[in-house]
Design a protein. Structure first.
Length: 582
């Protein structure tokens, strides 16, 4: 990393740090309060191979100097500092910008200037709306009490930033900040592992000196809102959904001011440069490469605000057991709703037929032969899917097999096979995909297909009920684990569904009763046919559950009935478990 100094206006001397690929496009990183260039320590290594990376300490932060008077810390002055840096280090060559907090607000000030279209190739904003856009949103909302949703959101947003008034108090606020900077540091970044936090050695002084930005801009921006802050530069906003200071709905009308707009929502708090550096680096890289002529990635297409799309347009969905039944109908429905679908099954002919039907209806599908009980095969499958198509947004672990027979009548190897496929297949799918979804940082959804047998014990289906009950509990545990990453998980519990499962189910009757299997099987199949509840209804329930982030979703009326009974009167369920196979 090379350090140099750039002279700004008003006697300011800015410390500028350069590293990365000197032959790559330039990206400039701009920090906010109470940080220095160290804010970006986790992001820089993810950009350095492709980009020439420039970051600098804001005036009076880190190794930079700045005037004593707060009046020199307006957005206009800070934007002039950025202009001085790029004029010195990237003259005549537009730069990409990633900015956070007040650094982002600074960049909104700059990109609204006419010359920005020639100097900034793209602007990625994190947790820092334009001061004028923000103030306009709050003021307009508070003027409309007859629109309760808009009014309450404006009121809430104003309340969330009310601390700025206290930060604007001269003398007292800086003195208190110097005394409390240490505890404040821990408070602001609670929940983020210590090793992921990056602070400069001048943190306490930066926190105190940086309060001049609040004093110079807070009340001024509320009282004087400009209506000409339109931006022609391509803008990408990273919305931290759990940000306690900048609420996500503030960005709802950003397209009004920036027509070339991309938006990515992530499950993160304010300091996402610490918690989600990979998301920020990927966002900058994908937009920069696309603006340079590369095809847009799926995540970038999904982020484009004005792009028309179907309900699951620009999303990737993986469905196992898609050669027939519930898996096939689920894949077909996601395909009709615009998703690109990756489907797998042991039955090669069946899964290819599903893929062909999706393609024939105008969708995009990729078929694979997969044994979900083989953990190594599932991992290889996941690695290939993520490499060739990207990390799925929705993973449906549907593949399963049927088995009928009591415990003492079921051979040990068959009992284990049912667990390997029905439980192991779900576990393998979650293990191979969920970690990649967490690492990507953009949320998603997992669907694990269980059964109403998960809570309806039957001695005649011992292995099957056990496997589905295990899927149910496994999903409950995993749901809690994935929630913090913004990944939902739904346990689907179909009831009596008219699929081919009766014909593919293995039956293990008591000794001496094998001759009765055919008649019993025919009787059960007739009942399923008469019930007439098709797999397409389960597919619809799966899609609805993903959209609504349902935790548990019984499907048929009997599945709902037994679900309630199992909780209200479990002894009834235990009594019905005595029913024999034959």
């Amino acid at each position: 990393m090379t350090l140099r100094y750039v002279d700004g206006n008003d006697g300011t001397r800015l410390a500028v740090y350069e590293e990365g690929n000197p032959d790559g496009p330039t990206v400039v990183l701009v920090h906010g309060w109470p940080d220095s260039h160290a804010l970006w320590d986790a992001v820089v290594p993810l950009l350095a191979d492709k980009f020439r990376v420039i970051r600098y300490d804001n005036r009076a932060a880190g190794a930079s100097s700045g005037p004593a008077s707060f009046s020199y810390y307006t957005m206009a002055h800070l934007a002039d500092d950025f202009a001085a840096v790029i004029a010195e280090l990237s003259p005549g060559q537009p730069v990409h910008v990633l900015a956070h907090d007040w650094g982002s607000a600074t960049m909104w000030e700059y990109v609204a200037r006419p010359e920005a279209v020639d100097t900034v190739a793209s602007f990625t904003s994190v947790s820092g709306p334009a001061a004028d856009h923000f103030s306009r949103y709050v003021r307009d909302g508070l003027k409309r009490p007859y629109r309760p949703k808009l009014f309450s959101r404006a009121l809430s947003q104003g309340a969330h930033l009310s601390y700025m008034a206290g930060f604007s108090i001269p003398v007292l606020a800086p003195a208190l900040m110097r005394a409390a900077a240490g505890p404040l540091k821990q408070l602001l970044n609670r929940g983020i592992p210590v090793e992921q936090r990056h602070y400069g050695q001048t943190y306490t002084a930066d926190a105190a000196n940086g309060l001049k930005i609040y004093r110079a801009n807070f009340f001024h921006s509320l009282l004087r809102v400009r209506n000409d802050r339109y931006v022609e530069v391509p803008v990408q906003i990273i919305v931290n959904l759990d940000d306690p200071y900048v609420r996500p709905w503030v960005y709802d009308d950003t397209a009004r001011w920036a027509p070339r707009l991309w938006r990515r929502d992530i499950r993160a708090k304010h300091w996402s440069p610490f918690s989600h550096p990979q998301v920020l680096a990927a966002a900058v890289t994908e937009l920069a490469e696309h603006l340079d002529g590369a095809p847009a990635s799926r995540t970038l297409l999904r982020a484009e605000v004005t792009r028309p799309r179907k309900q699951f347009g620009d999303k990737l969905v993986s469905v196992t057991g898609a050669g027939s039944g519930i898996g096939r109908e689920t894949a077909l429905l996601f395909g009709r709703l615009g998703a690109e679908v990756v489907i797998s099954d042991l039955n090669e002919a069946g899964v290819k037929k599903t893929a062909a039907d999706i393609t024939a209806s105008g969708g995009v599908a990729h078929s694979y032969v997969l044994d979900v009980s083989d953990a190594a095969a599932v991992e290889d499958f996941a690695e290939r899917v993520c490499r060739e198509h990207g990390v799925p947004d929705v993973v449906v672990n549907n593949a399963g097999i049927g088995q009928a027979g009591s415990f003492l009548d079921t051979p040990a190897q068959e009992w284990e096979r049912v667990l390997d496929v029905n439980l192991g297949g779900v576990v393998n799918g979650c293990r191979s995909f969920a970690g990649r979804m967490v690492e990507r940082g953009l949320g998603g959804h997992v669907v694990n297909v269980a059964s109403m047998a998960a809570y309806a014990p039957l001695q005649a289906m011992n292995a099957y009920c056990t496997s589905k009950a295990a899927v149910y509990m496994f999903s409950d545990c995993l749901r809690a684990e994935l929630d913090s990453a913004g990944i939902g998980l739904t346990t689907i519990c179909p009831g009596v569904i008219n699929t081919n499962i009766i014909n593919t189910t293995r039956w293990d009757p008591p000794k001496g009763r094998a001759g009765a299997v055919a008649a019993r099987k025919k009787q059960v199949a007739a009942g399923f046919d008469k019930r007439g509840y098709g797999p397409e209804k389960v597919a619809k329930a799966i899609v609805e559950s993903v959209l609504k982030n349902k935790a548990v979703r019984p499907v048929t009326p009997e599945a709902y009935l037994l679900y309630g009974t199992s909780r209200v009167a479990p002894q009834i369920m235990r009594s019905t478990a005595r029913q024999k196979l034959i």
